[in-house]
Design a protein around this ligand. Structure first.
Ligand code: PLP
Length: 385
């Protein structure tokens, strides 16, 4: 499909970047399991010289993800962290980054334990009022890194407001759009420069691939990021690219079910006597519900709950007592997962900082899958007692 832009989301998910194989008519993009490409004479290749730089299966997926985000260019990486690593490598010693105070644990770890050692300074600040970002901008600031909804407390950050601040100050705005997926939120349209995905989650959707992606409509940023990808080598393989091309074709259908199951479960848990607090942006009393409504198509299937009066032992007991939900890290797959952020996904954040962000020991995060919602509700009812 050469011009995907005129089609709807589902049509793009199924067709963008993909043409029937010219030699056979195969409707699925072949798995180009090759490391190199034959040249007739030195330098006369057809755009493909060595597979770290480019692979046709990967290129089809990159075009598809870019189309879904409404961006010009896409790049795929061996993991979400690999994609983020490439964004950090746009920076130089002395540069400063402003980011949120409720980040994916691995993002926090990469900023503080890796790039801080290279002379880059990170400010972890509250972004629920985007104006707060301005206080931390100085002559060295280069990048604003935003996650929304945040993980795991489902804060919603106003992306259009962040983009305005970034533009005024000539900063790069990068958005981790993993939790929303391109089906629910498109940061490029709201003014972001770079969108990052852990493709491992909703885009792949079947818990069988680890991958990351970046998209941008800025040619200069794309060229720099493609150079970093080729130079540093965090490229995904063709088999994984194929699996994601297959998984992504149902993204829109899966997301509708994640959202409807998520809504029913959030509503059930909101009044449950064992629940002290629930985080889900679809509630009208969520502090940033209006912004969520404005920038997201729906509210997703990620829900966090704080158990009333439960100590760590009781929290562990409940987390381990589900039949349909599986206790596991990760999210966004067809199967429902439950996670204990304090000891699992967010264990790398110091306890004090973690608790300040609301990630207490009795908080559990649900990734609501696309099973029959009645089975999920029965599982919750039984496990919560
Ligand atoms: C999982 C995740 C990442 C990291 O992605 P990987 O594919 O696991 O490397 C980054 N951000 C968010 C919000 C995530 O959920």
């Amino acid at each position: 499909m050469n011009d995907a832009s005129k089609f709807g989301f589902g049509t793009k998910a199924i067709h963008a970047g993909q043409e029937p194989d010219p030699s056979t008519g195969a409707i699925m993009t072949p798995i180009y399991q090759t490391s190199t490409y034959v040249q007739e004479s030195p330098g006369t290749h057809k755009g493909y010289a060595y597979a770290r730089g480019k692979n046709p299966t990967r290129v089809a997926l990159e075009k598809c993800i870019a189309a879904l985000e409404g961006a010009e260019y896409g790049l795929c990486f061996s993991s979400g962290m690999g994609a983020m690593d490439a964004v950090c490598k746009l920076l130089r010693p002395g540069d400063e980054v402003i980011t949120g105070d409720d980040l994916y644990g691995g993002s926090y770890r990469m900023f503080t334990k890796i790039f801080a050692n290279y002379g880059i300074k990170f400010h972890f600040v509250s972004m629920t009022n985007a104006e707060n970002i301005r206080k931390y901008i100085n002559a060295n600031t280069k990048l604003i890194w935003v996650e929304t909804p945040t993980n795991p407390t489902m804060q919603i950050i106003d992306l259009a407001a962040c983009a305005e601040i970034a533009k005024e100050n000539k900063l790069i705005l990068a958005v981790d759009n993993t939790f929303a997926s391109p089906y629910l939120q498109n940061p490029i349209a709201l003014g972001a420069d770079i969108v990052m995905h852990s493709v491992t989650k909703y885009l792949g959707g079947h818990s069988d691939v680890v991958m990351g992606a970046l998209v941008t409509s800025n040619k200069d940023l794309y060229d720099q990021l493609a150079f970093i990808l080729n130079s540093c080598g965090a490229n995904p393989g063709p088999m994984d690219s194929f699996l994601v091309l297959r998984g992504i074709k149902t993204l829109h259908v899966r997301m509708d079910r994640h959202c409807s199951n998520g809504r029913k479960i959030a509503e059930y848990l909101k009044t449950h006597p064992r629940i002290e607090k629930i985080y889900w942006p679809g509630f009208t009393d969520h502090p940033n519900h209006e912004i969520a409504k404005k920038q997201m198509k729906d509210f997703g299937g990620m829900i966090s709950i704080v158990l009333k009066g439960a100590d760590l032992e009781e929290t562990f007991r409940i987390a381990s007592s589900f039949n349909v939900f599986s206790l596991a890290e990760s999210l966004g797959g067809v199967e429902s997962l439950i996670n204990h952020p304090a000891t699992m996904t967010h264990a790398s954040i110091p306890k004090e900082e973690r608790e300040r962000a609301g990630v207490v020991d009795n908080l559990l995060r649900l990734s609501v899958g696309i099973e029959d919602v009645d089975d999920l509700l029965a599982d919750l009812k039984r496990a919560l007692g």
